[in-house]
Write a protein that binds this ligand. Structure first.
Ligand code: THU
Length: 138
């Protein structure tokens, strides 16, 4: 059965985001998050949360994926998928929403998955309505 039937989501993305989550480094929270970016060429870029004993130095899964992509010169995406160990789908934190706004596009869908394959889909703009961007400095 399809996880979400919107003509965009591909069921294989579930397996790929689980792979991403497996690289989480979470000795402090033990809360593993995986993020998968799907590029415009249907390539995958993986991210996982990487924690630090100095807690604010922790980097969320969504941001590790985005920064990893940009460091490889990849800047065009068609979707982002996020998964955690929580019972219900979890949504990106405020900092990640801001970085998604900066480095992707407002219409890009973000699929938040639970392990039992329930999904919430929101665009970047829906996650950060009236978000601040470079345009606001014109
Ligand atoms: N975390 C993410 O990776 N993404 C989010 O959007 C929310 C939180 C991580 C950070 C930390 O390693 C753990 O989840 C608990 O906050």
């Amino acid at each position: 059965m399809a996880i979400i039937d919107d003509g965009i989501f591909k069921d294989e993305w579930y397996d790929e985001v689980i792979k991403a989550q497996q690289n989480a480094y979470t000795p402090y929270s033990e809360f593993n998050v995986g993020a998968l970016l799907i590029t415009e060429d249907d390539e995958y870029v993986y991210g996982a949360n990487i924690e630090n004993a100095s807690y604010p130095a922790t980097i969320c899964a969504e941001r590790t994926a985005l920064v990893s992509a940009y460091a490889r010169g990849i800047t065009k995406f068609k979707a982002c998928v996020v998964i955690t160990d929580a019972k219900d789908p979890a949504s990106p934190c405020g900092v990640c929403r801001q970085v998604l706004k900066e480095l992707t596009h407002d219409d890009m869908p973000v699929y938040m998955l639970s392990k039992d394959k329930r999904c919430i889909k929101k665009t970047v703009d829906e996650l950060l309505p009236l978000g601040f961007s470079g345009k606001d400095m014109d």
